[in-house]
Design a protein. Structure first.
Ligand code: 13P
Length: 335
């Protein structure tokens, strides 16, 4: 019998592990590779993922990896597909299934996520390839002077996200719903909290309306913090208090788990904020962990530089980042 989506979600959320987001599109990979002089070819992206996934002991800290369409169709050095390779290490392969962001018609500076057309049949193919969970991301910009995000962008994006979640569950795959509130901007922590709270409230109203089973859903959210260019930066304690009180208020207790994206925070900043969240002494209804891309990959990528002689040093950077985040999530990094 196939495991239920609830048991897959439970395995993904099992402490002390987090999820690795390795689902950058070729365009995003190019943005990360080019400043380091690494050519962004399909083979170089494969080599980078091979380096990350073959890091010794990765399975101690990582329960699942979110892959891109390109990567799930590629092979590890062993000749197996990456999905089989990860499964052989006890790591669950997942897949990003949204089609990315496009400009949202006449909404200045806002985006809408594409990708519902043909989704059910794509999911069927990914299931056959071994994926057992999926991710769909929408992005929301905060701009107080333009009153963004607009109600139109919130509703249009979240309706699509809820529909995606129902299609994923019908395909026996766990949906990770990711309504990212962007860190870019000059907004205050209060503004980040109000916006994230509104978005998560609407998201759960719509997930219920689309009859999505919340016990088989993982929420991937931004931490609540002041914008990157805000004159008043948030301390880890402020981030933890604002994030957890918003989540306690807005996320139904049936939800299988909550994971955080790093959103452009540095490796240390994301870890310290996660540590403050993990140190909170209150009981919460759902397990919480990390699902970072940049915060766990950046140092490793900079060390690797696309060169085989740097693989071992780059793997050391990667395992350090995921181990530190695993400790931080339990409030044990600084202890
Ligand atoms: P970051 O941790 O770099 O924000 O990436 C997480 C992610 O999955 C973005 O969709």
């Amino acid at each position: 019998m196939n495991p239920s989506i609830q048991s897959i979600a439970k395995q993904l959320m099992a402490s002390p592990k987090g999820l690795l987001a390795a689902d950058e599109s070729p365009k995003t990979s190019e943005k990360r590779f080019s400043p380091l002089g690494i050519p962004s070819t399909s083979e170089k992206r494969r080599e980078f993922r091979q380096m990350l996934f073959s890091t010794p002991d990765i399975e101690e800290y990582i329960s699942g990896v979110i892959l891109h369409d390109e990567t799930i169709k590629q092979k590890a050095d062993s000749g197996e597909t990456f999905a089989s390779y990860l499964r052989s290490k006890g790591i669950i392969p997942g897949i990003k299934v949204d089609g990315g962001l496009v400009d949202f018609d006449n909404f200045d500076g806002e985006t809408i996520t594409e990708g519902l057309d043909g989704l059910a049949s794509r999911l069927h193919e990914y299931y056959e390839m071994g994926a057992r969970f999926t991710k769909w991301r929408a992005a929301f910009v905060i701009d107080e002077s333009k009153r963004l995000p607009s109600l139109g962008a919130i509703h249009a994006n979240l309706h699509q996200m809820a529909r995606y979640a129902s299609i994923a569950q019908a395909a026996q795959m766990v949906p990770i719903v990711e309504p990212e509130v962007l860190y870019d901007g000059t907004h205050s922590i209060k503004s980040a909290s109000d916006t994230t709270s509104q978005i998560i409230r609407v998201l759960f109203e719509l997930l219920k309306a689309y009859r999505v089973d919340l016990s088989g859903v993982i929420l991937k959210t931004s931490m609540v913090l002041a914008g990157k260019n805000s004159p008043t930066q948030s301390t880890p304690e402020e981030v933890a208090n604002s994030t957890l009180s918003m989540l306690d208020q807005r996320v139904p207790k049936e939800v299988a788990g909550i994971v955080f994206l790093s959103g452009g925070q540095s490796t240390e900043q994301a870890r310290d904020n996660l540590e403050a969240i993990g140190s909170d002494s209150k009981d919460h209804s759902w397990p919480i962990t990390f699902s970072f891309s940049r915060a766990v990959q950046d140092n490793s990528l900079a060390t690797w530089q696309g060169k085989s002689e740097n693989i071992s040093a780059a793997q050391n950077e990667f395992i350090k980042a995921v181990r530190d985040d695993s400790l931080a999530d339990r409030g044990k990094f600084k202890k």
